[in-house]
Design a protein around this ligand. Structure first.
Ligand SMILES: *[C@@H]1O[C@H](CO)[C@@H](O)[C@H](O)[C@H]1NC(C)=O
Ligand SMILES: *[C@@H]1O[C@H](CO)[C@@H](O)[C@H](O)[C@H]1NC(C)=O
Ligand SMILES: *[C@@H]1O[C@H](CO)[C@@H](O)[C@H](O)[C@H]1NC(C)=O
Ligand SMILES: *[C@@H]1O[C@H](CO)[C@@H](O)[C@H](O)[C@H]1NC(C)=O
Ligand SMILES: *[C@@H]1O[C@H](CO)[C@@H](O)[C@H](O)[C@H]1NC(C)=O
Ligand SMILES: *[C@@H]1O[C@H](CO)[C@@H](O)[C@H](O)[C@H]1NC(C)=O
Ligand SMILES: *[C@@H]1O[C@H](CO)[C@@H](O)[C@H](O)[C@H]1NC(C)=O
Ligand SMILES: *[C@@H]1O[C@H](CO)[C@@H](O)[C@H](O)[C@H]1NC(C)=O
Ligand SMILES: *[C@@H]1O[C@H](CO)[C@@H](O)[C@H](O)[C@H]1NC(C)=O
Length: 250
C-alpha cells in the first residue's frame, strides 16, 4: 500500500498542475450558466470585462450567443449587437438588457439607425429565445439569431449606466474601453490557430483516442480539447481525491 503512495501522489500533483494551466488562458472557458446552456465556442472580449459564448450552425446560418458583462451601474444596461452594414454603432442590431433598481431585467431590441436616434425597434433579422439573467454583478444576454451567410460578422458591445425617466437609454461613457468595444466574430475558424472550447463532436465523454495521423502537435491539441472547461474541474477533484485516499491509507 505505502509503496503506491509516492507515484500516485506525483501523478496527482502533475495532473493538477497540467490541468490548471491551460484553463487560465481564457476565463470564459470556466464560466457556466445557471440554465446549463452550453456553447461550442467562447471568447474573452478585449474590453469592458465582457465574454461571448456562441454556437454557429452553418446549415441554417443560425447563431446562438450568450453575452456577459457587468453594467456600468447595478441598475444599468448591457448591449450586444451585430452590425450587418458597418463596424460601429450606426446600423447595429442590438440586444439591450436593462436592469431596474428592483432587480428585474427587461430585454429590449434596438435597430440603431444613427447615433442620434437610439429608440427601441425590431431588428432587421429574425431572432428567437431571447432572455436575460443576472448573476454575480453581471448581466447575460441569451439570444439566437439568423445571420447573413458569411464566415464572420461585425459585432459590438457596450455597457451603460441606466435609463432616464422616460425610459430612454442613458449614454455610455466615452472612455477608451467603450470606444474599443467592437470586433470581428469569426463564425468559421479560418485555420487551426484559434483556440477551441470544450471537446467537439467525437465522443466527448470517453478517454481521448490517440487521435489522427498528425503526431506533431497532437499532444497540445489533445490537451486543450480534453481539458477545456468542463472536464478540468472533475479531473482536479479526482486528483485531489487520490491524494486524500492515499493520505488516509498512509
Ligand atoms: C443545424 O441546423 C440544421 C437545420 O435546422 C439542423 O438539422 C441541425 O441539427 C443543426 N445542428 C446542430 C448542431 O444543432
Ligand atoms: C436552426 O437550427 C437550430 C438548431 O437546430 C434551431 O434551433 C433553429 O430553430 C434553426 N433556425 C432556423 C431559422 O431555422
Ligand atoms: C421592477 O421595476 C420595473 C421598472 O420600474 C417594472 O417595470 C417592473 O414591473 C418591476 N418588477 C417587479 C417585479 O416589481
Ligand atoms: C416587431 O415584430 C413583431 C412580430 O414580427 C411585431 O408584432 C411587433 O409589432 C414589431 N414591433 C415593432 C416595434 O416594430
Ligand atoms: C432598421 O432600420 C433601418 C434603417 O433605419 C431600416 O431601413 C429598417 O427597415 C429597420 N428594420 C426594422 C426591422 O425596423
Ligand atoms: C464574481 O465576480 C468577481 C468579480 O468580477 C470574480 O472575481 C468572481 O470570481 C466571480 N465569482 C463567481 C462565482 O463567478
Ligand atoms: C430621456 O432621454 C431622451 C433621449 O435622449 C430625451 O429625449 C428625453 O427628454 C429624456 N427624458 C428625461 C426625463 O430626461
Ligand atoms: C468552434 O468550436 C468548434 C467545436 O469545438 C470548432 O470546430 C470550431 O473550429 C470553433 N470555431 C472557431 C471560430 O473557433
Ligand atoms: C496533417 O497536418 C497537415 C498540415 O497541418 C494537413 O495538411 C494534413 O491534412 C493533416 N493530416 C491529417 C491526417 O490530419
Amino acid at each position: 500500500m505505502a509503496s503506491l503512495f509516492p507515484p500516485l501522489l506525483l501523478l496527482a500533483i502533475s495532473l493538477s498542475i497540467f490541468l490548471i494551466s491551460p484553463a487560465q488562458s481564457q476565463s470564459c472557458k470556466s464560466q457556466k450558466f445557471p440554465n446549463n446552456k452550453l456553447y461550442a465556442n467562447c471568447s474573452d472580449l478585449k474590453v469592458l470585462t465582457s465574454y461571448l459564448h456562441w454556437t454557429y450552425n452553418a446549415s441554417n446560418s443560425s447563431l446562438s450567443v450568450a453575452f456577459t458583462a457587468p453594467p456600468a451601474k447595478s441598475d444599468g444596461w448591457v448591449a450586444w449587437a451585430i452590425n450587418p452594414t458597418g463596424t460601429g454603432m450606426a446600423g447595429a442590431q442590438a440586444f439591450v438588457a436593462v436592469r431596474h433598481s428592483n432587480g428585474s431585467i427587461t430585454p429590449r431590441t434596438y435597430n440603431i439607425s444613427s447615433y442620434y436616434s437610439v429608440v427601441q425597434s425590431n431588428l432587421s433579422f429574425e431572432f428567437w429565445d431571447y432572455s436575460t439573467e443576472y448573476s454575480n454583478g453581471s448581466i447575460t444576454i441569451f439570444a439566437s439569431v439568423k445571420v447573413p451567410e458569411k464566415k464572420s460578422l461585425n459585432h459590438i458591445w457596450q455597457v451603460g449606466p441606466g435609463i432616464n425617466q422616460t425610459g430612454f437609454l442613458i449614454k455610455h461613457d466615452f472612455n477608451q474601453e467603450n470606444l474599443a468595444a467592437k470586433g470581428i466574430l469569426e463564425l468559421v475558424s479560418n485555420s487551426a490557430g484559434t483556440a477551441p472550447t470544450a471537446s467537439p463532436s467525437p465522443s466527448p465523454s470517453s478517454s481521448p483516442a490517440p487521435d489522427t495521423g498528425n503526431s506533431t502537435n497532437s499532444g497540445k491539441n489533445g490537451g486543450v480539447s480534453l481539458f477545456g472547461s468542463r472536464s478540468s474541474f472533475g479531473f482536479s477533484v479526482a486528483s485531489l481525491l487520490l491524494v486524500f485516499v492515499n493520505l488516509v491509507a498512509f
